[in-house]
Design a protein around this ligand. Structure first.
Ligand code: SF4
Length: 345
């Protein structure tokens, strides 16, 4: 009688319904300098303008959404070092958003910031006003990569910032950037382990790209920076996903959205329109392969839930040769409406 193993997709199940996030971009406001890879103008498609203008624009937009009976939204203040905006702007923005919480339009308020701008007393005041989640653009905890990326702080500050968010009873989100100058694959996976140890609610993984007009583009021209290749990046992202998922950390973004203006400004780096799908598919394959190894290879059949059919095949069927290597020809990948079942040969 062949043995079988039943299992679920390794991605953690989301506890609550995902809500639309209304992003409010405040490009590079509050940043103490410019990180070598950063171009918020290209990433947000917006030019920098005074905070008072952003505030007035947001007030008008929230009023419009309220009057038109929009579904409840989350609001996210992005593209800036939100907790280093000049006083009293952090409080003013959060208070404006919070005034629509009572009316049911805003369900949650989040912001992004740098780890060295996480002052405990400011975080506590913002929490009291209604802020719930702080996403920290840590990018890396690696000393050399931080220095060569022009971040202006070291690993100790990166860790302290994350801890301050948790100590202020705020939910923590982390952004990591694999492929920074001076960063090895092993250092990225150490970053992932550090991230896991901080128990974030969510993580975003944005591989480092060289954007036109950035200091990193100069490094590329000078030959002092070589971006990671696409295949290496996908492999490392898949390993990172498995580590994060195994500790129930949700990965809410992999790579950047394929918007034309942004994509045409990429000079080099591991960009692909289906990067996230390719990394998630590979992570699923690696997960199943480890299950198959527990049975003793080769396997004879994999029954898979219909919703994961394209994930199992991989982008344009790129994983089919890998399935063959563990004994699973395409006809042995059987779609059905239950969870995963793997049978030994
Ligand atoms: S802190 Fe963030 S937004 Fe500011 S320059 Fe660095 S990467 Fe860009």
């Amino acid at each position: 009688m062949p043995r079988l193993i039943a299992f679920r997709h390794p991605r953690p199940r989301r506890g609550s319904a995902t809500r639309r996030i209304l992003p409010v971009f405040l490009p590079q406001h509050g940043c103490p300098g410019r990180c070598r890879f950063c171009s918020q103008r290209l990433q947000t498609g917006l030019d920098r303008k005074p905070l008072a203008e952003h505030h007035a624009q947001l007030a008008a937009e929230l009023d419009r959404l309220y009057r038109t009976g929009s579904q409840p939204l989350e609001i996210g203040f992005y593209g800036a070092t939100f907790t280093a905006l000049p006083e009293p702007w952090p409080e003013r923005f959060v208070a404006l958003a919070a005034s629509y919480m009572k009316q049911g339009l805003i369900a949650r308020i989040r912001c992004s910031t740098r780890p060295d701008a996480c002052d405990f007393s400011l975080l506590s005041r913002l929490r009291d006003l209604g802020l719930e989640l702080v996403e920290i653009g840590v990018q890396t905890f690696d000393a050399e990569a931080l220095a060569r990326s022009g971040r202006g702080h070291g690993p100790a500050e990166a860790l302290a910032g994350c801890r301050a968010v948790s100590e202020a009873s705020l939910a923590l989100g982390l952004h990591l950037m694999p492929g920074l100058p001076g960063q090895s694959g092993a250092a990225f996976l150490r970053d992932v382990d550090t991230a896991v140890s901080l128990e974030p609610e969510s993580v975003r993984l944005h591989p480092c790209l060289v954007l036109a007009g950035t200091p990193l583009a100069e490094d590329l021209t000078a030959g002092s920076y070589r971006p990671w290749g696409l295949a290496r990046t996908i492999n490392l992202l898949a390993l990172a996903l498995l580590r994060l998922w195994s500790r129930s950390v949700d990965v809410i973004r992999l790579g950047v959205a394929p918007e034309e203006a942004f994509v045409t400004s990429i000079l080099a780096g591991p960009w692909h329109a289906a990067l996230g799908q390719r990394a998630m598919s590979l992570a699923l394959y690696l997960h199943v392969r480890s299950r198959a190894a527990a049975l003793g290879l080769p396997a004879s059949r994999l029954h898979l839930p219909r919703r994961y059919q394209s994930d199992v095949r991989g982008w344009r069927g790129e994983l089919l040769p890998a399935w063959r290597k563990i004994g699973l020809e395409p006809e042995a990948l059987i779609v059905w409406d239950r969870e995963f079942f793997l049978l030994e040969a």
